[in-house]
Design a protein around this ligand. Structure first.
Ligand SMILES: [Fe+2]
Ligand SMILES: [Fe+2]
Length: 252
């Protein structure tokens, strides 16, 4: 007996291959790869919700799961808001192409409605109103569109190479700083994000996120304590090791 894991139903995005990045600058390759790995953190959490939502039924579990859903949504929001407010405008400025990220912004709008619907539901949810079947339906209404966007954005970034990669590096660093600065509650965001980092992805060849070595310890022994029950639904340990989803269905 085994359980489905958070690499489905929404597909993880492979990082750009050496063939795809041949001749491209180091910075563009790095930025596209890191963006891809950051996107996969969101995809794994969405999958963890999708695979577990129907089996979470006891009130004490539902309370924890609702918070897990909320923090996963906050992660998606923070990422896309920082892109629209800072990263995309800066890319438009350095490339001199005003509309270069337009397709990506249009895609953001395409999944916003579904995301909002889930958000409105899950912030009001209580063990009494919570319905796992509804949650799954809501995810199905925007998950696929979101993942298409998360994948397409990587191609847009690779195509920036013709404008010079060296300028993209500092813009990317600022974007990451903005994301960190926007975090209002580390007790929610850090365990949620780290719990969806798979260090073994693609043979473990990526050093992502490039955080100091002690951060997972800080997350596990300090930040994860406050909402301890919610991280039972995470697909990985705070140290980036994949683990079975406790509430996923058993499959033959
Ligand atoms: Fe992104
Ligand atoms: Fe995006």
């Amino acid at each position: 007996m085994t359980k489905l894991w958070a690499d489905q139903p929404f597909k993880l995005i492979p990082t750009p291959t050496t063939t795809a990045t041949e001749g491209l600058s180091k910075e563009v390759t790095e930025v596209a790869t890191e963006m891809c790995l950051a996107h996969n953190v969101m995809v794994r959490n969405l999958n963890a919700i999708h695979l577990q939502c129907e089996q979470v039924t006891k009130p004490e579990d539902v309370i924890d799961f609702i918070l897990f859903c909320q923090t996963s949504l906050e992660e998606i929001h923070t990422h896309h808001a920082a892109e629209e407010e800072l990263f995309f405008p800066q890319v438009a400025e350095y490339t001199g192409e005003k509309n270069i990220m337009e397709v990506n912004i249009t895609q953001h709008h395409a999944f916003e409605k579904g995301l909002k619907e889930f958000e409105e539901y899950i912030y009001k949810a209580t063990p009494k109103t919570y319905d796992g079947k509804e949650v799954k339906k809501m995810l199905d209404r925007f998950g696929e569109i979101l993942v298409v966007h998360l994948s397409d954005e990587i191609q847009t970034l690779l195509a920036l190479d013709k404008y010079g990669g060296e300028k993209l590096g500092p813009i990317w660093a600022q974007f990451n700083k903005k994301i960190l600065a926007q975090i209002k509650d580390m007790h929610r965001v850090l365990p949620c994000a780290l719990g969806a980092v798979d260090k073994t992805f693609e043979g473990g060849k990526h050093n992502f996120p490039p955080f100091p070595w002690f951060l997972p310890y800080l997350a596990k022994y300090y930040y994860a304590k406050k909402h301890k029950g919610s991280w039972r639904f995470s697909p990985c340990t705070m140290f980036g090791i994949p683990r079975p989803l406790e509430f996923a269905k058993d499959v033959e």
